[in-house]
Design a protein around this ligand. Sequence first.
Ligand SMILES: [Zn+2]
Length: 178
Amino acid sequence: MKFCLECGSRLVLKECSGEGDVPYCEPCGAFRFPVFSTAMSTAVLNRELDRILLIQQYGRKNYILLAGYVNQGENAEAALIREVKEEAGLAVIAYEYMRSEYFAPSNTLMLNFISVADTEDLSGISDELDHAAWFTLDEAEEAILKGSLAESFLLTIIAKLRQGQTLEDFTPAAGAVL
Ligand SMILES: [Zn+2]
């Protein structure tokens, strides 16, 4: 970031206590920390933890993970539960944070979660999705878009599931009946 987002002045580097040199706007008298978006992506699982929901979106034929931006003022867990409901029509009953990756093409920090849905009923799928389907772990590994961040996240999750996770290993969603 070379210019102040508020006033457009050229930023200078200035020592910020404990943070090292940080871009600073002299007219505003304010440090300007990096600006980026935050999104969550999730492998939605069925209750038995043996099937994964993958989606197709934006007219592309590749399968990806369900994902969405975190709103300002919202935490990532709330975004996860909201997006799974909005896009797949499914209630999340349990979840677990996995790991994050910065995705340069959209300047977005992606936070990846496992989530567990209350049912496998896909009748409430949103128009935002072209298609969604349940896959076994083996099928999901085959179907996911190769070389994608979604694939990298999915392989981490599948490795974890193959170690023998149970529903009780995850954090229950508020008010959910496991
Ligand atoms: Zn400024």
